[in-house]
Design a protein. Structure first.
Length: 146
């Protein structure tokens, strides 16, 4: 009887450990537990400079979504942004790729516009800015093209 109780406790401990490991893995991989919520907007950049699926989308430093998909379209990077449904983006907003922290994690920063027209699901953010290429800036400075 004592052995059966011990086996039950060990079994429950292992199941709890597996569930915790699964939860942490999905959070680390930046996956969503339940489907897509919100709506998608599209931004096309000439260069995404290391932006990856699952990267943050922010306004004024506040997370409002994640990068859902990155694809090549007419030799430009087409980025699909999955945004929270309560967030409204004006048609003259600017999407720009920025770097966060010392390790250089890329994210999409949206600068709100002043228009009264709001973008709806599947529409394109017209104004975009690619990330600053540090190597290019250094080479321009070194070779005197600044």
């Amino acid at each position: 009887m004592k052995r059966a109780g011990l086996e039950l406790i060990v079994g429950l401990f292992i199941v709890a450990g597996i569930l915790c490991l699964g939860y942490i893995s999905t959070k680390y991989a930046k996956m969503e537990m339940v489907g897509d919520s919100g709506y998608q907007l599209i931004a096309v950049f000439p260069n995404i400079g290391g932006l990856k699926n699952g990267a943050l989308v922010e306004i004024a430093g506040v997370k409002i979504g994640r990068v859902k998909e990155i694809a090549l379209e007419n030799y430009r990077a087409r980025v699909v942004l999955n945004l929270q449904s309560e967030i409204q983006i004006q048609e003259d907003s600017i999407a720009r790729i920025k770097t966060k922290g010392l390790l250089g994690e890329k994210f999409v920063d949206i600068v709100p516009g002043g228009s009264d027209t709001i973008l709806t699901k599947g529409e394109k953010i017209q104004e975009t800015q690619p990330p600053v290429d540090i190597e290019e800036l250094i080479s321009k400075f070194v070779f005197g093209k600044v």
